[in-house]
Design a protein around this ligand. Structure first.
Ligand code: ADP
Length: 351
């Protein structure tokens, strides 16, 4: 178990800044989810920590010690990738024990450690099988077992669950978190799946074009994204523009609404976001809430939740409600309301 620090990391490939001045401290025992669109630098960051990629500048330390000159196999890092890369001609137990044999442990030590880790990942009696005799989820457990059997200080996971179907993936999320807690290993997890990152992580970091846009506890980043990119990346966000006016914020149709202003806005223009679950649809305005009149386009039922697609002055708005009753037919007007404090004031996007 160890703390990992990357400081001012830069990595350029031709014209691409794969890492742009990235500084992150991964705390000991923490589960850190790295999120970002494809090409944002997630894998490059992971591979730099592992030692497969060398940064142009900046440093990586593990447990306080710089590792630039430490080769991959000496960094004491466990890794799991999307493609399990198990040895097909070896049994599960031999796959898991491979790293221990390389380290020249005795066969009785190897047997004991492999047995322990097979139990930990709940594959106790499958040690003699070959990888092709396992399901996708079981193979991924073997890959995880192989990564942790050498008791590494850090676990790096690059999209480890993305080849699994949805139900299996959710089971494996629970398992992964249980195992990570049980051994308390510092874990850095790369995913492009926002929900997965929010579910699993103690903290998340969002990358864009190689730079860290925001990091924090999942709830914190979800509730207070620093800009439009972070707001949209972590879920649906309905965006509105307004101008500071007497008595509140004036929207483009002239409606004056209230927002939780900080008082240090640098412009009279304000952009804010509201999460779909914080909007309420009804036939009447709500007192002391903000209210605007919108037109219903469509209601989509998806089990316990319904998504209502609406338009307001040419903007699309989505609202999520529990239960699926349709409030109004497409084309009809309804009142959209939200509490002033549920609006997220955004710094402008850097695009
Ligand atoms: P992510 O994992 O977020 O999808 P990557 O770290 O794989 O992103 O890539 C970041 C950027 O660096 C991308 O634009 C990618 O094309 C580029 N890149 C990554 N590895 C190489 C490489 N070996 N040679 C050239 N460009 C690379």
């Amino acid at each position: 178990m160890a703390e990992v620090k990357v400081t001012h990391l830069n990595k350029r490939y031709a014209n691409t800044m794969a890492l742009d001045d990235v500084t992150i401290g991964f705390a000991e025992g923490e589960f850190y989810g790295l999120l970002g669109p494809s090409g944002s630098g997630k894998t490059t960051l992971l591979r730099t920590i592992a030692g497969f990629v060398f940064a142009d500048s900046g440093s990586v330390t593990i447990a306080g010690k710089p590792v630039e000159r430490v080769p991959v196999e000496k960094r004491e890092i466990g890794m799991v990738f999307q493609n399990y890369a198990l040895f097909p001609n070896m049994s599960v137990a031999d796959n898991i024990g491979f790293g221990l044999r390389v380290r020249k442990l005795t066969s009785s030590q190897i047997k004991r450690k492999v047995g322990e880790v097979l139990d930990l990942v709940q594959l106790g009696d499958l040690g003699t099988r070959r990888p092709h005799q396992l399901s996708g989820g079981q193979r991924q457990r073997v890959a995880l077992a192989r990564a942790i059997v050498t008791e590494p200080r850090v676990l790096l996971l690059d999209e480890p669950l993305s080849a699994l179907d949805k139900a299996l993936r959710m089971d494996m999320q629970v398992e992964l978190k249980r195992i990570q807690r049980e051994i308390g290993i510092t874990t850095i997890f790369v995913t492009h799946d926002q929900e997965e990152a929010l579910t699993l992580s103690d903290r998340i970091g969002i990358l864009k074009d190689g730079a860290l846009v925001q990091q924090g506890a999942p709830r914190e980043v979800y509730d207070a994204p620093v800009n439009e990119f972070a707001a949209r990346f972590l879920g649906d966000a309905n965006l509105f523009d307004g101008k500071i006016a007497e008595g509140g914020i004036k929207l483009e149709d002239g409606t004056v609404i209230q927002l939780p202003r900080t008082g240090n806005e640098t412009s009279d223009k304000i952009r804010f976001a509201i999460r779909p679950e914080n909007l309420v649809l009804s036939t009447q305005p709500r007192e002391s809430w903000n209210n605007i009149e919108v037109e219903v386009q469509q209601t989509i039922f998806s089990g316990p939740i319904a998504t209502h697609l609406l338009t307001w002055r040419g903007h699309r708005i989505s609202v999520m409600t529990k239960g699926g009753e349709r409030l109004a037919a497409p084309g009809q007007s309804v009142v959209l309301s939200w509490r002033p404090e549920s609006a997220i004031i955004l710094a402008p996007a850097e695009t």
